[in-house]
Design a binder for this molecule. Structure first.
Ligand code: MN
Length: 719
């Protein structure tokens, strides 16, 4: 285990301005916090954060990151709180520790590709400071190094898979090459031990047979370059078993056909020398076609630059050669970390405000400097994260949602039926309002009820098109159901009045006449007022028309001012309507039996009934043809319920709402809906919709409420 002074020395070596005292205190604090906790390996738990800090110091990260490495598990695994860390180590460190803790709490349970992609985005989106991600990757690397100590195979495999799918692509993205290769090899060993050991054995065999091939090739390359006046440093490195295996898989080739088990690296002084070195090598050896790649003029998205080529080299060996400058080499090895070092000079200054954002900016720089359509795609994806949130189902499935999404959006994203039946939501285990905005990493559970149907009000709280269109579709179909029911009733009564038999078969025979496709569509057309019940009757029984004309004559009494008006259909409590017209009670004024009323005709929709004093009527002042003189015709035997609306001002005190509702109940009213319009310290105002039979009943309720002490004011609302 890395000792305290060794760690501090190492950091001081590359960052002389680092706060030595703070580093020491963090070391001691973490040791005390983890106390006697043990790792699966039997080592004291404390060895883990120290190793993580050590890995970070190898990459020359700043003191805050090193301290975060030391403290990264204290909040998750010990009694320590974030506040304590803030007090002792400052807000910068507390922010970083908080970020790493949040990432640690995320756990992907499903391993589908799409999920993995979302999860990577989530991790990136949550690492607002890229140092959080670097610490998390160091944490994962040390956990992978000690993976073999975990007893349960299932758990080992899950961690290895997660490493493969999530953390390795992220390590590649920020360009820390040796961490990426080590993680790959460790995960490979767990997930596919047979493949790995066969490759290791083959490599071993090659070494024994060929001796020090690598050394001889290096020597010759070095000599060739020197003869051409190129000052270069040549190294050779065997590829990792995992990358060999992946190549064999991707190209579907055997081990013998692999040309580049060893990669040689030529490091030169400047860009010009890169191309000169390339020229020498291509001049001296036969080039393998299709292997040349110029990542200097077209760098990879993570900032990687190099020239790659393949030749049949010394001793007739197929080799791969990478040519780059010292600076390019640093970037290739360290990724984002190298960028940070060069931008801030050789001696990084102590942390100052805003520095944490520079890491992210650097990364965005790298991404935005990327060229080519693929790179651009990568870049756009990155941009997109800021418009997205990633949330989990209780089972651990991950959904990407647009920012501003609510549990209603989430419910529809899971399934339309779940959306339609959604009555409530638990966010991270707690019941939350349906309009709650979801945040990254939230776990959302939708509570459903078979009795629930979408509310038109939901449209205002959703951010996704899918949810909005589903809500609209549902409401439209519900309206259609209403028109269908009404239409059936109207047609039925038209037939009944003339004692004609109504059969579905007969209706099917007249569909063409009405330009509809089904009997239901015909009913809807009648319900909407596009056709009358009598039109349907006459279409089925043409003779009924003349019979009706004759029958009407003796019935014509001078006393009846019926003119062209007909008796209303049963169940419709309005007189003066043309039979079969659909009626609606206006939402603006809530007309009640007993109110003076007026009907406004809307083609295709029917008649809307307003009270005579409703303000909305002004809109129709210029259209007298749309006004209908109507009145109430109430069946006293079977009173119907109507909605009346009142506006009440109540004292804000315990029990006042209960009093209001019991007064209304005692007067025979049923509260249908309740909406607060304003809430003050002493009073609150609300609109109450009450089901009652007529205006008299509502007036009774108003009088009773005015006599109630907690009710400050109350009146009927026409808006
Ligand atoms: Mn850890």
């Amino acid at each position: 285990m890395l000792r305290q002074y060794e760690l501090v020395e190492r950091v001081k070596h590359y960052d002389p301005g680092a706060d030595e005292d703070l580093l020491n205190r963090a070391y001691v604090f973490a040791m005390k916090a983890h106390g006697t906790q043990k790792r699966a390996s039997g080592d004291p738990y404390f060895s883990h954060p120290v190793e993580v800090a050590g890995l970070l110091s190898e990459k020359r990260l700043d003191a805050s990151s090193i301290i975060t490495g030391l403290l990264h598990d204290t909040v998750e695994d010990t009694e320590t709180t974030l506040d304590t860390i803030g007090d002792k180590f400052g807000t910068e460190v507390a922010g970083l520790v908080n970020g790493v803790t949040k990432l640690t709490q995320l756990e992907l349970q499903s391993s589908r590709t799409k999920q993995a992609e979302n999860f990577r985005k989530l991790v990136l989106a949550m690492s607002q400071d890229i140092r959080v991600l670097v610490v998390k990757l160091a944490d994962r690397l040390h956990n992978m190094r000690t993976l073999r100590f975990i007893k349960k195979e299932e758990k080992r495999r899950r961690i290895a898979r997660e490493t493969m799918e999530i953390y390795i692509p992220l390590t590649e993205r920020i360009g820390i090459r040796d961490w990426k290769e080590e993680l790959e090899d460790l995960a490979f060993a767990e997930l596919n031990p047979d493949a790995r050991s066969s490759i290791v054995n083959r490599l071993q065999f090659l070494h024994e047979e060929g001796g020090d091939t690598i050394g001889r090739v290096i020597e010759e390359l070095q000599r060739v370059l020197r003869e051409n006046d190129v000052d270069a440093q040549v190294t050779g490195r065997e590829k990792s078993p995992f990358s060999i295996w992946r190549k064999m898989q991707r190209q579907n080739i055997g081990f013998e056909q692999l040309s580049d088990i060893v990669a040689f690296r030529v490091i030169v002084e400047d860009v010009e020398s890169c191309y000169r070195a390339l020229g020498c090598i291509h001049g001296r050896y036969t080039v393998t076609p299709g292997r040349f790649k110029d990542y200097i003029s077209l760098p990879k998205p993570n900032g990687y630059k190099s020239l790659h080529t393949g030749v049949i080299g010394p001793e007739n060996q197929r080799i791969e050669v990478q040519i780059r400058t010292e600076l390019m080499h640093e970037v290739a090895e360290l990724g984002v970390a190298a960028h940070w070092r060069y931008k801030s000079g050789e001696q990084p200054k102590p942390a100052r405000e805003g520095r944490q954002y520079r890491w992210l900016r650097d990364m965005l720089d790298i991404l935005s400097n990327a060229s080519g359509p693929d790179d651009f795609l990568e870049h756009t994806k990155m941009e997109m994260f800021s418009d997205q949130v990633f949330v989990f189902t209780p089972k651990g499935d991950l959904h990407a949602m647009p920012r501003g999404s609510t549990p209603v959006d989430f419910a529809y994203a899971v399934h339309t039926d779940v959306g339609n039946r959604c009555v409530g939501a638990k966010v991270n285990g707690r019941i939350k309002p349906l309009k709650t905005e979801l945040r990254n990493g939230d776990q959302v559970e939708i509570v459903t009820s078979k009795a629930q149907t979408p509310s038109p009000a939901w449209e205002a709280v959703v951010a996704t098109g899918k949810a909005r269109s589903a809500i609209r579709r549902f409401i439209r179909s519900k309206q259609r159901d209403q028109y269908l029911g009404l239409g059936k009733e109207v047609v039925d009564s038209a037939f009944r009045q003339g004692d004609y038999q109504l059969t579905e078969k007969a209706l099917r025979g007249i569909l063409d006449k009405f330009h509809v496709d089904s009997v239901d569509d015909l009913y809807v057309a009648v319900g909407e007022g596009r056709h009358t019940g009598r039109e349907v009757l006459y279409a089925v029984y043409p003779s009924a028309k003349s019979e009706a004309a004759q029958a009407a004559k003796p019935a014509k009494k001078p006393a009846a001012p019926a003119k062209t008006r007909e008796r209303p259909s049963p169940g419709v409590p309005i007189t003066g309507l043309i039979s079969g017209m659909a009626i609606h009670y206006a939402r603006c004024c809530h007309p009640l039996p007993g109110d003076r009323i007026v009907g406004i005709v809307t083609t295709g929709k029917g008649v809307t009934i307003h009270t005579i004093n409703c303000n909305t009527l002004e809109d129709f002042a210029d259209m007298p043809e749309r006004w209908l003189d109507i009145g109430w015709q109430i069946d006293e035997e079977n009173p119907q319920a109507f909605l009346g609306r009142i506006h009440a001002v109540l004292a804000n005190e315990p029990g006042s709402l209960a009093t209001l509702s019991s007064v209304i109940g005692r007067c025979g009213g049923n509260i249908y809906n309740l909406k607060f319009t304003s809430r003050g310290e002493d009073f609150f105002e609300m609109l109450v919709d009450i089901e009652i039979t007529d205006v008299r009943a509502l007036n009774n309720i108003l009088a009773a409420l005015r006599a109630t002490p907690v009710v400050n004011a109350v009146e009927r609302s026409f808006s």
